[in-house]
Write a protein that binds this ligand. Structure first.
Ligand SMILES: *Cc1c(COP(=O)(O)O)cnc(C)c1O
Length: 466
C-alpha cells in the first residue's frame, strides 16, 4: 500500500460542514472575492496556511496541563531550552511569541540602515523586518529554484555565485550575516541540501560572517535530505538536524510550523554578546527572558512538539500526504509547481487559466473558484499579492508566477479530504474557460491582498454560465 499512513489515531474531532453553493456564492460576493474575509465557519477545507493550524497530540495537551507558570526560570522553560539545545545545539535560547518577533529582535540589534541580508528567498515577514531597519533583503536562490516546471531535488539551494557577487557588490562590512530558509517557503516549500549548507557555511566562515537559519520547517527539510541526498539515507533525522545547525551560528524559528503548536517561536544564538543585546530588547518588548511572551504551558507544548516532529513515521506521512495530493493533481491534469513541496502544493494559475491575463488576477480567480465550487480555501500568491510599481520606470510590474498555495495543516486533514481538494481543483479546471477575470474595486495602501475588494470584470458574474 503506497498511501501515506497516519501514525496516530484520532482522539478529538471538530465538526466542519460544507454550506450550500448559493451560500458560498453569497459569501464570495460579500467578501469582495477575497477569501481572507470569509468567516472560518463557512469554510469546508481550510488550506490558507500551515502556520499555527496544527493539531496537537495528547502528549502536548498533557504537557500544557502540567506546564509551569512561574514567572522566572519555570520548569517548562527548562524543558523548552534543553530540547532546543539538544536538536539545534545553540548556546542561547530566547523564547518569542512567534517567528517574526524573533526576526524583529535580531534585526533591531544586528542591522543598520544600508546593510544587506542575503537569503535563498526571504519569507515576507523576514523581508519586511529587514526593510524596516532600512536594510536590503537580497534573494540568492539557485536558478533552478525559479523554474516552476523543473523537477529537481533541492530547489531551495542558494546560488554560491549569487552570494559571492553580493559580497563583491556591497562589501563584507555591509553584510552582518547571511540567512538560509529551510525549507524555502516562498520558493514553493523546496528543501536545501546539506551540501549547499556546507558550501554556504564554508564561504561565510571564510569571509567571517555568521550564518543564521530561518528554521521554521527544519524537520521537513531534514526528511528531504534523508530521502534525496546521498550518504544520508541511513542517518537519523535528529542527527541530520544537528549536523546542519552546527554549520550555522544561530536560528530564528516560528514554532507555529515544525514545533506543532498554535503559537510560539524562538531565537537560538551562539554569540553571547548578541544574545545579551537581544535579551535586553526582549525584556522591553516581549517579556522576561525565560518566557518571552508565551505562557509556561506554551513552552511545554513546543518542547513536546519538537520531539514529536522528528519521528520518521510522522514525516513520511506528512510529506507523503503532500506528494500524494500532487500525484492526484497530475492524474487529473491540474498544473502545479514541481516537485510538490514539504508543506504545500502551489497550483500554476497561468497554466490553469490561460485566457485570464495577469492584470485580471488569474490566481485570485482560481482561489475564488475553489471556494465557490467546493468550499476550499487556498491563498493567492500572484499579482494581487506582489504586483508593484518599478521604482525606476514607475510602471506596474507583475510577478513571474501566478500561484495558488494550498498549505496543508499538520495532522489535521485526512487522505479523503485531500482527495476531495484534488477533485475540486479538477472541477475548477473543467469550468475554467467560463471563469471571468477580476478587477479591484477598493484597495488599502499596503499589503492589499489581505483586505482588497474585487469584482468580476464589469461587475457581472464570475462564472459565465453557458
Ligand atoms: C511563518 C514564517 C515566518 C514568520 O513566522 P510567524 O510565526 O508567522 O511570525 C518566518 N519565516 C518563514 C520561512 C515562515 O514560514
Amino acid at each position: 500500500m503506497d498511501l501515506p499512513f497516519e501514525p496516530y489515531r484520532i482522539k478529538v474531532v471538530e465538526k466542519i460542514q460544507r454550506i450550500e453553493r448559493d451560500a458560498r456564492a453569497r459569501y464570495l460576493r460579500e467578501s469582495g472575492y477575497n477569501v481572507f474575509k470569509i468567516p472560518s465557519e463557512a469554510i469546508y477545507i481550510d488550506l490558507l496556511t500551515d502556520s499555527g493550524t496544527s493539531a496537537m497530540s495528547d502528549q502536548q495537551w498533557a504537557a500544557m496541563m502540567t506546564g509551569d507558570e512561574a514567572y522566572a526560570y519555570s520548569r517548562s522553560f527548562g524543558d523548552f531550552k534543553n530540547t532546543i539545545q539538544d536538536i539545534f545545539g545553540y548556546e542561547h535560547v530566547i523564547p518569542t511569541h512567534q517567528g517574526r518577533a524573533a526576526e524583529s529582535l535580531l534585526f533591531a540589534v544586528a542591522l543598520e540602515a544600508g546593510n544587506v541580508v542575503p537569503n535563498n528567498i526571504h519569507f515576507d515577514t523576514t523581508r519586511a523586518n529587514v526593510e524596516y531597519q532600512q536594510a536590503i533583503a537580497l534573494d540568492c536562490v539557485c536558478d533552478e529554484g525559479l523554474d516552476p516546471t523543473l523537477e529537481a531535488p533541492f530547489k531551495g539551494d542558494m546560488s554560491l555565485a549569487k552570494l559571492e557577487r553580493a559580497f563583491e557588490k556591497y562589501g563584507v562590512e555591509r553584510i552582518p550575516f547571511v540567512m538560509m530558509t529551510i525549507t524555502n517557503n516562498s520558493g514553493g516549500g523546496q528543501p536545501v541540501s546539506m551540501a549547499n549548507v556546507r558550501e554556504v557555511s564554508g564561504f561565510c566562515k571564510k569571509v567571517g560572517v555568521p550564518l543564521i537559519f530561518d528554521a521554521c520547517r527544519f524537520a521537513e527539510n531534514a526528511w528531504f535530505i534523508q530521502q534525496r541526498e546521498e550518504g544520508y539515507e541511513d542517518r537519523e533525522i535528529v542527527d541530520i538536524c544537528r549536523e546542519m545547525f552546527a554549520m550555522g551560528d544561530g536560528c530564528t524559528m516560528s514554532a507555529k510550523k515544525d514545533a506543532l503548536v498554535n503559537i510560539g517561536g524562538f531565537l537560538g544564538l551562539n554569540d553571547p554578546e548578541l544574545a545579551q543585546k537581544v535579551t535586553n530588547l526582549l525584556i522591553l518588548k516581549e517579556g522576561f527572558p525565560t518566557y518571552g511572551g508565551l505562557a509556561g504551558r506554551d513552552l511545554a507544548a513546543v518542547a513536546q512538539g519538537l520531539r514529536e516532529v522528528l519521528d520518521p513515521d510522522y514525516l513520511a506521512y506528512r510529506i507523503g500526504q503532500i506528494k500524494r495530493m500532487g500525484d492526484r493533481l497530475d492524474e487529473l491534469g491540474v498544473p502545479y509547481l514541481k516537485p510538490a513541496g514539504g508543506h504545500a502544493i502551489y497550483v500554476d494559475a497561468r497554466k490553469a487559466l490561460p485566457h485570464i491575463p495577469q492584470s485580471q488576477f488569474p490566481a485570485q480567480v482560481f482561489t475564488a473558484a475553489l471556494y465557490l465550487e467546493g468550499g476550499v480555501r487556498g491563498v493567492e500568491i500572484g499579482s494581487l499579492m506582489f504586483e508593484h510599481k518599478d521604482p525606476d520606470t514607475g510602471e506596474m510590474v507583475n510577478p513571474a508566477m501566478e500561484l495558488v498555495r494550498l498549505a496543508v495543516p499538520r495532522r489535521v486533514y485526512t487522505h479523503t479530504q485531500l482527495e476531495y481538494v484534488a477533485q475540486v481543483c479538477a472541477r475548477v479546471m473543467e469550468i475554467g474557460k467560463d471563469l471571468q477575470g477580476l478587477e479591484i474595486v477598493w484597495e488599502p495602501p499596503a499589503l492589499r491582498h489581505f483586505t482588497a475588494r474585487l469584482q468580476p470584470i464589469g461587475g457581472g458574474k464570475m462564472l459565465r454560465t453557458p
